[in-house]
Design a protein around this ligand. Structure first.
Ligand SMILES: Cc1cc2nc3c(=O)[nH]c(=O)nc-3n(C[C@H](O)[C@H](O)[C@H](O)COP(=O)(O)OP(=O)(O)OC[C@H]3O[C@@H](n4cnc5c(N)ncnc54)[C@H](O)[C@@H]3O)c2cc1C
Length: 379
């Protein structure tokens, strides 16, 4: 059932209608096949780019959609309701445009931003390393300054869209400690950059996650974003926005699980009545609906703060924590509502449950979100 959204403008209503149309006609017919075969859906990104859905929250002067974050996130939720892996990749692409938009020079933006925002090039974000995930400041990949640029050596891990994306936000060490990290925009075809084979994941099968290896790769000065040592500040600033994207993806997943559970409960009978008419199950569905609605309200509230130019880091962490925990619970309960059938691959709730798990882990685990929130509380 389509979510009845309270949207701020007619343009936003049109965008949601367009997204639903693309989701129905382009995503829905192929999602099951690609998730099962673990194949990348070539062409889907180009279609989303042509529809103007890849860069909604960025300014129109740079080729973006000029939409409030509140609207972008609801579009993302609609995509996730059909195909979480694609929505995650869209969210990561948007996250990957943030460092250049927020910290790049006018010259850098003029050169690269229009093609990134227009969808001609797709982005990836590579902060994590095999030995440094939550503790990003412990990263070891090294960018040594040499004439005119940097020689990069080391490995990055867990890159969504790894090997497929055209450009990589690389966070690498140019000095000591947390202030010794810098951000670079590295094109895929850089000599000395190679990618590992796709990880064998629990879910999000259609979009690869890989490692990346830098072996004496040269990155010119002009591709450093921000000042030397500003990397961690840039990484965290991008993650505040990205976490809201993951919250929206989680809500889309949870909404689909709820819809499929309700539809099933209206059909299935036990003890002479529809199972939805057994109060024990009806109340379970009611709790699922309450969790989805409150998770959505939490991310929209954080997005409105961002749109108003207010601090929103704490709110983004609350939204990520609330929405992804809700998605895990709601998708698990949806499997319960379908009984034995829910545990089979014949019904999508099984996939939703596997996909929900990662939302509690990436872009800062939910323990790290609690750390961020408690640090705000402690002032
Ligand atoms: C499918 C997938 C896609 C990903 N995509 C990307 C991407 O595109 N770009 C990217 O840079 N990274 C990406 N990641 C990496 C992801 O962000 C990290 O896995 C995540 O940040 C956790 O890091 P870790 O796996 O090293 O776990 P660790 O940091 O080793 O944590 C292990 C456990 O310890 C807990 N823990 C750690 N520190 C604390 C603490 N201080 N207090 C309490 N508990 C703590 C964690 O919450 C976790 O439960 C992706 C990961 C996956 C699985």
């Amino acid at each position: 059932m389509a979510v009845d959204r309270l949207l701020p403008t007619d343009e936003a209503r049109d965008l949601i209608a367009l997204t639903r149309d693309v989701a129905d006609k382009v995503l829905a017919p192929i999602v099951d096949e690609h998730e099962k075969a673990e194949t990348y859906p070539e062409g889907v990104f180009a279609t989303l780019g042509e529809a103007g859905l890849l860069s909604l929250p960025y300014p129109e002067e740079w080729g973006g959609g000029g939409q409030p974050y509140e609207v972008y996130l609801q579009v993302l939720e609609e995509i996730a309701a059909r195909w979480a892996a694609v929505a995650v990749a869209v969210s990561v692409h948007s996250l990957s445009c943030h460092p250049l938009m927020a910290f790049g020079t006018e010259e850098q933006k003029r050169r690269w931003l229009p093609e990134m925002l227009g969808g001609a090039t797709v982005g990836a974000y590579s902060l994590s390393e095999p030995q440094a995930g939550s503790d990003a400041a412990a990263l070891a990949c090294k960018a040594a300054a040499i004439g005119g640029g940097y020689r990069v050596n080391g490995s990055k891990a867990w890159i969504t869209h790894g090997g497929i994306a055209d450009f990589y936000n690389l966070f690498a060490r140019t000095g000591e400690g947390s202030k010794g990290i810098s951000c670079f925009l590295v094109p895929k075809n850089t000599a000395g950059l190679s990618f590992g084979k796709p990880e064998e994941k629990m879910g999000l099968h259609a979009v690869p996650t890989t490692s990346a290896h830098y072996d004496d790769a040269f990155v010119p000065d002009e591709r450093r974003i921000g000042t030397e040592g500003q990397g961690l500040q840039i990484a965290f600033s991008a993650l505040d926005s990205g976490r809201l994207g993951i919250a929206a993806v989680a809500v889309g997943l949870a909404q689909s699980a709820l819809d499929e559970a309700v539809a099933y409960a209206q059909e299935r009978t036990a003890f002479g009545r529809k199972i939805i008419d057994h109060q024990g199950l009806g109340f379970l569905l009611a709790d699922m609906a309450a969790a989805v609605d409150s998770a959505r309200a939490t991310y929209i509230d954080a997005a409105r703060r961002r749109d108003a130019g207010l601090p929103y880091s704490r709110n983004a962490s609350v939204a990520k924590l609330v929405a992804t925990d809700a998605a895990m619970k709601v998708t698990t309960d949806a499997v319960q509502v379908l009984g034995g059938y829910g545990y089979t691959r014949d019904f999508r709730v099984e996939r939703y449950m596997r996909e929900a798990k990662i939302t509690q882990i990436f872009e800062g685990t939910n323990q790290i979100q609690r750390l961020v929130i408690s640090r705000h509380l402690a002032g």
